[in-house]
Design a binder for this molecule. Structure first.
Ligand code: 5RP
Length: 225
């Protein structure tokens, strides 16, 4: 199967998982990316059973709205029951690197608000140690050079994502070769750098369920499995 077919498999498995959990007032959190796009497409069949969705990006919001699914502001949602999103990398503790699509800040906020975070991906995203994928960091535009110097001092190689502006009006630095053997400590350290809005490390709030599609089907990893 191609990587895209695997993404579709993971998305469809997630849909089967959430379907029996949908109640009249369920609010779904919907992430961003090609895997989630498959999920959104499949979600169209359930549109009448979904009260509302909170979206991590303008792009996903457009796709949801086009299907007739109501997209609401997180502040109006009260609580997000189930959050479905992809990842750029995941480890066995369900800690993640996210932000390849640049939506990391809204994704981290929705994940923090969600009762359950279901991460969907193809098998290639599972790694023993996070960090082969360059870590995206969202920065305030005027702080870009300052943050880049701080990150260099931490041993990373920051690369400016030229021409990309986040939905929040900020910029992205993709950090190569950062030592993420202790991702919890690194997430905390990055949170301390003035000018960083958010890093793509999801460690304080990992996924609750990781659904990975491979050639043999979709398997589910839980935090202690
Ligand atoms: C967007 C993300 C995505 O979840 C991540 O980039 C994975 O994308 P894809 O499903 O296209 O592989 O974090 O900010």
């Amino acid at each position: 199967m191609t990587p895209d077919e695997l993404k579709q498999q993971a998305a469809e498995a997630a849909l089967r998982f959430i379907e029996p959990r949908l109640e009249r007032d369920t609010v779904l959190g919907i992430g961003t990316g090609s895997t989630v796009n498959h999920f959104i497409a499949a979600l169209g069949d359930l549109r009448n059973r979904i009260d509302a969705a909170v979206s991590s990006s303008e792009e996903s919001a457009r796709r949801l709205t086009a299907l007739g699914i109501s997209v609401i502001d997180l502040n109006a949602a009260g609580t997000v029951d189930l959050y479905i999103d992809g990842a750029d990398e995941a480890n066995r503790h369900l800690q993640l690197i996210k932000g390849g699509g640049g939506a990391l800040t809204r994704e981290k906020i929705i994940a923090a608000s969600a009762k359950e975070f279901i991460c969907i991906a193809d098998e290639s995203k599972l790694v023993p140690v996070l960090g082969k994928f360059p870590l995206p960091v969202e920065v305030i535009p005027m702080a870009r050079s300052h943050v880049a110097r701080k990150i260099s001092a931490m041993g990373g190689i920051p690369v400016y994502r030229d021409g990309f502006i986040t939905d929040n009006g900020n910029r992205i630095l993709d950090i190569h070769k950062l030592d993420l053997r202790d991702p919890r400590a690194m997430e905390a350290q990055l949170d301390q750098v003035t000018g960083i809005v958010c890093s793509g490390l999801f460690v304080r709030r990992p996924a609750d369920r990781l659904m990975l599609a491979g050639d043999d089907g979709v398997r589910t990893l839980l935090p202690n499995s």
